[in-house]
Unconditional design. Structure first.
Ligand code: TZP
Ligand code: MG
Length: 204
């Protein structure tokens, strides 16, 4: 895959914003390159509601050329014909994905060198490395791995890599300087009082 897709990768659920479709459109319009629908946490949608929401998100992604990835939910990704799927270390293994994903983007979370080296990466398109810094957005994210581990992991693979976890306007450049092809954020955009300003700052 083209690593530029990872430059500014936003993750959100349908309840991450007060006005999700409008706020996502603002973020996409100002330069988000990739979006992951990760329907986890409080007030989540399920079933037909989630599918309807995902189709609406897909339409906005298409309008702005934003790549759409679904977290974990193989069924939803296939239903809405998303561009890809992101899986964690404790989810389905990349090799067990249905054939639909053969020509799709497959992302895998990696937290350290051991996880990188013990994963079958044959079907993996990119890795998400983290949490680089402490995060409040994922309860079970584990301790921050730090910039040195980001560097060590990315040095050991040719796969495109997105840094994730606690990334802000103040520290994103350090990630890009230490092996990350892009940055993946939740709160830096979903908790922003000015989405346009935050997106623009993360793209400087
Ligand atoms: N995986 C590792 S850290 C994280 C996920 C989904 C949360 C990142 O959120 P934030 O708000 O950008 O720290
Ligand atoms: Mg998962």
């Amino acid at each position: 895959m083209n690593k530029n897709i990872l430059r500014l990768y936003l993750i959100a659920s349908s309840s991450s914003f007060n006005n999700p479709l409008k706020d996502l459109e603002t973020a996409f319009k100002h330069g988000v390159t990739c979006f992951q629908l990760r329907e986890k946490g409080e007030n989540i949608k399920t079933g037909q509601d989630l599918e309807d929401f995902a189709f609406k998100v897909k339409a906005i992604c298409q309008k702005y050329g934003v790549i759409l990835i679904i977290n974990d939910d193989v069924y939803l990704a296939e239903r809405i014909e998303a561009d890809g799927i992101h899986i964690g270390q404790s989810d389905m293994k990349p090799d067990d994905l249905p054939a639909y994903f053969n020509d799709k983007i497959v992302g895998l979370s990696v937290g350290n060198i051991k996880e990188l080296e013990s994963s079958n990466l044959d079907r993996v398109s990119y890795i998400g490395v983290g949490p680089v810094y402490a995060t409040k957005s994922k309860n079970d994210a584990g301790d921050a791995i730090g910039i040195d581990v980001l560097k060590q992991v990315t040095e050991r693979t040719q796969l495109p890599a997105a840094a994730i976890g606690g990334i802000t306007e103040d520290n994103y450049k350090l990630c890009l300087d230490n092996g990350a092809d892009g940055i993946c954020v939740i709160s830096a955009i979903t908790q922003s009082a000015d989405i346009e300003q935050s997106v623009t700052a993360l793209l400087q």
